[in-house]
Every structure is written in structure tokens, then in C-alpha cells.
Design a protein around this ligand. Structure first.
Ligand code: ATP
Ligand code: MG
Length: 407
């Protein structure tokens, strides 16, 4: 029996091809990310200047393809079949392959490339010999140069020949990590996972920061946020999940601040805490899921007052998107069904009936004078818990559970 199963996948790089000097960094990062998302499979990943290869080593090609399709920085990939550089083997395999894929009246083209000149035929001759072989074995087969139904690529090297006939489109974008690190404010809602996805797409490595207020918020709400982070690992690999204990801050605000400014102050604290964590963990930006006008905290007036606690750049990838557009994306990246699970978020539990949509900075600062702002921020940051979320596989695996050890 002639083997027609794929043995490896040839991966072509995306936008990074244009990145001149940074090419090495891009390629390394992409290889690293591919290894991460494939880490539970027996595959071997190698990357050179022009392509990467994933040697399947017996792994199921369909599983590998499904994973590769989502990794940012990949333009496209072709599964291929490696055989010995031997004309008889080549002919046998090509006939067997066409037996699998050829349907009556299909058009085809053979595209041979001889990288090593020791092979007995040159590219033109290979095209001719294989073309004739197809004519002899398959009735009505027709050659067509432009847009044939099947393009069989034959790449001849010194020891081996690679055959491929499919090209699968990749996710595009930039390899996660090539743009540096940012801290994603990840709630259990619909918007922030989508914001995270969009930041990943442009190469930002994200660490997810989640505010939890036990016992007001449940372990289920925390698990949901971790599962959402898990969903985001398919685009570029494992994600650090940082849980911030937020109960003390929320109780203090509830007890000492007028209801109308509760939401504004809560958000200002969140931002201060994320910013501190970002600084300690060497992030360059903060990312959140704010969408203009969606709720009281997301008016321009609110954003201005909340944003005033930091100069750190804040990326708001969904800020101008309508809710329906965000939902569409959430469905596409498979976070929507998780996001709509009914767990109370720390912000909804303490939500006042009538938050200010147009708060004043001087008032916010005035109310904060009643609070030990620095102490509250410091204690929250000191007690964060960090966990590496590695992969949204069959079941979400949590690789390690380490506590913050940098303080
Ligand atoms: P989302 O669907 O992302 O929760 P939302 O429309 O519900 O967004 P808000 O709850 O007002 O909006 O939150 C605005 C943004 O603030 C969120 O997108 C998220 O980035 C951040 N945020 C809110 N709650 C939390 C939380 N508990 N932990 C971390 N970040 C949060
Ligand atoms: Mg929310």
C-alpha cells in the first residue's frame, strides 16, 4: 500500500515577511506560539527564514490544522506528504493521491520544483511525466493552467520529495508577543474577551487581570473568567491569569462614597490597580472592553474622569463597535456562550441604581480623600494570584498555580 497520509505541514508566514530586521524575532515568536498550541501532540516544529514545518509524527492532521488555523501570524499552510526522492515511488504516490481526490472532469496542473539537481528529471520533465500519468489513469482529466481544480505541488529535494495539493488560509495578524505585553482587564462579560482577541491579533501578548470580590462574587464567576482566558489561548498560546482581590476596595467605596460616584471611583481603583500590576510585570499598555456609550461608565465624560488616574496608554479595541458587531465576533471566537452564563460580576453586584454619566474629576478626587487610596491599591496588588492558563483543549488544563512572587 502506498502511503497517502500527510506527514507534515508547510507553514507560510504572514505580514511579518515585510518586517525586515525584526524578521528573526517574528519567526521565533511564531514558532514558539505554534509549539505552545500544539504542545500536547507528538509534533515537531521547525522554522527557517522562509517557512516553518510541522512534522506530524503520527498526530492527526485535522487536529493540527484546526489549531494552526487560529494562530496569528500565519498566512497560510499546506499539508504535505514526504516520500523518497525516487521516480517510481513518486509515480505510485501521485496515482494513489489522485485516486483519493480526483473526481470526473476535474482540471489539474502539476507544479514541480527541483531544488536539488541530482534528481533524474528536471522540473519540466516531472510536469510532463506526471501529467501523462494522470491522463493514462484518469479518464477525461484535463490540464488547465489558470485556476485548475487541483494543483499538485511537487518539491524535489536531495533525499526526499514533498507533495501537496491544498492550501489553507491562516488567521493573518501578527504573532502574539511581537508587539510586546499588555494587561487585559478581563471581566466575565461579552466585550472584554473580544477586546483581548483583537489585541492578540496585532501581536500583543496579554496577561488577563480579573477583579473578584468574594463572597459577593462566586467561584463560578472566577472560573468563567479563567475559561474565557482559556478560549483566548488558541490564538497564540498560554496566558497568565491574574486574580485581584477587590472586596476590600468595593466595601470601602460602598461605605464611604455617595452612590452616584460609586461606579466612577470603583473604575478608577480598578485602573490604578491594573496599572500597578502592569508596571510590575513589564506591560506596555492596558486593554479593556469599553464600548462608547454602552453603559454609564463608558460615556466620554466618564472615560475622561476614570482615565485621569494614569498616563499609561489604554487600548480599547471595541470602543467604536456596536453591541451586535461585538457579539458576532464573540460568537466567531467561541466566547459568547461562556460570556452569557449568568454569574454576577463584581461591578454589577455593587452597581448603584443611578450612576453618574457625567462625573466631575474634582468631585471624584474629593471623595477619594476619605479613602486610603494607596493602601487599598497596595494591598490588592500584594495579594494577587497568578495562574498560567495553557490551552483550550478538550478540557481546560491549568498548568500551574503559583502565587505572586515578585513583591
Ligand atoms: P464586558 O462585557 O467586557 O464585561 P461591559 O459592557 O459589561 O463589558 P463593564 O462591565 O462596564 O462593561 O466593563 C467595562 C470594562 O471594564 C470591561 O470590558 C473590562 O475590560 C473591565 N472590567 C469590568 N469588570 C471587570 C472585572 N471584574 N475584572 C476585570 N475587568 C473588568
Ligand atoms: Mg461587564
Amino acid at each position: 500500500m502506498v502511503n497517502t497520509e500527510y506527514t507534515e505541514v508547510l507553514v507560510r508566514y504572514g505580514e511579518l515577511s515585510t518586517k525586515g530586521k525584526n524578521r528573526g524575532v517574528f519567526i521565533n515568536r511564531l514558532a514558539h506560539n505554534m509549539i505552545d498550541v500544539l504542545s500536547d501532540l507528538p509534533v515537531k516544529v521547525t522554522a527557517n527564514r522562509d517557512h516553518a514545518h510541522v512534522i506530524l509524527n503520527g498526530a492527526d492532521y485535522n487536529v493540527v490544522a484546526e489549531r494552526l488555523r487560529k494562530v496569528f501570524g500565519l498566512q497560510n499552510f499546506s499539508p504535505s506528504l514526504k516520500i523518497d526522492a525516487n521516480l517510481e515511488v513518486l509515480k505510485e504516490t501521485v496515482v494513489a493521491l489522485f485516486n483519493n481526490i480526483y473526481l470526473p472532469n476535474m482540471t489539474f496542473k502539476i507544479q514541480a520544483r527541483r531544488a536539488d539537481h541530482s534528481f533524474e528529471l528536471d522540473s519540466m520533465q516531472i510536469n510532463q511525466v506526471l501529467g501523462d500519468l494522470i491522463f493514462d489513469n484518469f479518464d477525461y482529466a484535463k490540464v488547465q493552467m489558470k485556476f485548475p481544480d487541483i494543483t499538485l505541488r511537487v518539491e524535489v529535494r536531495s533525499e526526499e520529495i514533498f507533495l501537496s495539493y491544498e492550501t489553507i488560509r491562516g488567521a493573518g495578524g501578527l504573532p502574539v508577543g511581537t508587539a510586546g505585553r499588555g494587561h487585559l482587564m478581563l471581566s466575565g462579560g461579552i466585550d472584554s474577551p473580544v477586546a483581548g482577541y483583537l489585541a492578540l491579533k496585532r501581536g500583543v501578548e496579554i496577561e488577563a487581570v480579573h477583579f473578584a470580590s468574594p463572597p459577593y462574587t462566586s467561584p463560578g464567576a472566577l472560573k468563567k473568567a479563567k475559561d474565557l482566558a482559556g478560549k483566548l489561548t488558541v490564538f497564540g498560546g498560554s496566558i497568565q491569569f491574574i486574580e485581584v482581590p477587590f472586596t476590600e476596595v468595593q466595601e470601602e467605596i460602598r461605605d464611604k462614597v455617595p452612590q452616584t460616584y460609586l461606579m466612577t471611583l470603583t473604575r478608577r481603583f480598578m485602573l490604578r490597580i491594573v496599572d500597578k500590576i502592569r508596571e510590575l510585570r513589564e506591560g506596555k499598555v492596558i486593554i479593556n472592553g469599553e464600548s462608547l456609550g454602552q453603559v454609564a461608565s463608558q460615556t466620554l465624560g466618564s472615560m475622561e474622569v476614570i482615565n485621569a488616574v494614569t498616563n499609561t496608554p489604554i487600548i480599547r479595541p471595541v470602543v467604536t463597535m456596536d453591541k451586535l458587531e461585538i457579539i458576532e465576533l464573540a460568537e466567531r471566537i467561541d466566547t459568547f456562550n461562556l460570556s452569557i452564563l449568568p454569574f454576577e460580576d463584581c461591578c454589577t453586584i455593587f452597581a448603584p441604581p443611578n450612576p453618574k454619566t457625567n462625573p466631575k474629576l474634582n468631585k471624584a478626587e474629593f471623595y477619594e480623600q476619605k479613602l486610603d487610596v494607596e493602601g487599598l491599591v497596595e494591598r490588592a496588588v500584594r495579594e494577587i494570584k497568578i495562574e498560567l492558563i495553557s490551552g483550550d483543549r478538550e478540557n481546560l488544563e491549568v498548568a500551574s498555580n503559583e502565587f505572586a512572587n515578585f513583591l
